[in-house]
Design a protein around this ligand. Sequence first.
Ligand code: PLP
Length: 471
Amino acid sequence: MPLTSTGAREGSGVSRRGFVGLLGAGAASVGIGTVGAAPVAAAESATSAALPPPSSPGYWKAVERLFVLDKKVLFMNVGTVGSPPREVLDTVDRVHREVAVKATSSYSDFADVRAVAARGYGCDPDEVVITHNTSDGMSKILAGLALKEGDELLTTNHEHSGGNVPLALARDRYGVVVKRVALPVGNDQRAEDYVDLFRRAITSRTKALVFSAPTYKTGTMLPIAMLARLAQDHGLISVVDGAHIPGMMAYDFHELGVDFLAGSAAKWQCGPGGTGVLYIRNKVLPRHNPNPLPEFWPVVSSGYPAEGGLPPRSSGPTASYDIAATLQSVGNSSLAIMSGVRNVCEVWDRIGRARIQDHVLQLSAYAKDLIAERWGVRALYSPKDDPRLVCGLTSFAPFRDPRDVHDAKKTETLVARLKDEYGIVIRTSDFPVAGSAKAHQAVRISTHLFHQEEDVKRVVDALWRLSRTMS
Ligand SMILES: Cc1ncc(COP(=O)(O)O)c(C=O)c1O
């Protein structure tokens, strides 16, 4: 569910003057007009605090100018990695230097940063951990669940190794069974179809549903809230690989009703490299997730008490302890990086997470329409018409000859030539498709807040021209 708030409340909700008071995150970077010692042009010194009104025609161009992305390249692979806004880079640089000058150590649970992040993700600070990335979050979730031999973890055949590897570890360590539903692809699916698939695969041994939303291969946004409800109805744990959710979708994590969600803070959220967001439901959500909290161990922690253990997890609407703090506390951490995460969350809240989601989805819909017009809707692996299944990723088969759909080399060449000849960066994607013995090869485009309609047109035009010459 999108958040309705545009969240432009700099500093609100964070009264603690912890390390951020010392190092000042977003507020202190506002107005910085230099990067290092080099003076920068006026337009380039703009910060999110100085954006024009959202209704003004140049609004999204002004948003684009917040970023330092190379102007000679059209970067459309945010699904792999994002790029921090200039003011976030300034914050990280500055704090890094201040820490070096004072040799400041940081043994902290970063409650300030988690409070700002939680505000944007529709959950509470005791439910958000800033991790290293999605893979780190998925590993912490799956290693922390109390699993035993014979338990079944129900997942899909389109998962990323960030989820597949900890699943494989659980299989080999505990003897759990990893079962996969085969995801149908393309525009003919409806959200209910995916829920039915999972429902039919649940058995008396199923312990958890573990799925990516969206899948990185086809950009299919599996219906998280519906699947979470399915899990609740069967007393199962829900684990979402939401690598692409933070910064792209304005989801309210409580509204989703899931137990765990691991995401990246460095892809669509455009935080510093090597950052992620991990959500752990830490209280009973009466309407959306009335189930008790799953047993969960903070396997990587220096906040775990050496004696006595942690109190039992909450069985009601009030958390019994701050599980996120227990996971966040792991030795000395980077104040600079954590300040950058806080700052980028403030930038997103200032622009408005729902506004960003709308922009991303509008551009994505435009890309899908243009592709359907040129190649035909059957070329799309991403859903287009069910609004519950769409996101900012668009995957499609770029060649006319159906045999080329299995030609990995040709697809890679297309993507390489797109970069070399047109200066546009996208990526390839490959995945099993039901009824096909061989994997399908696709190209994947990401549309984000620093893109405009003309960028979408440009990438589709270039792919059309190049793919024709290669046919
Ligand atoms: C669905 C999915 N899960 C996990 C990952 C791994 O992400 P990270 O680099 O944040 O660990 C990715 C990366 O593209 C992804 O698409």
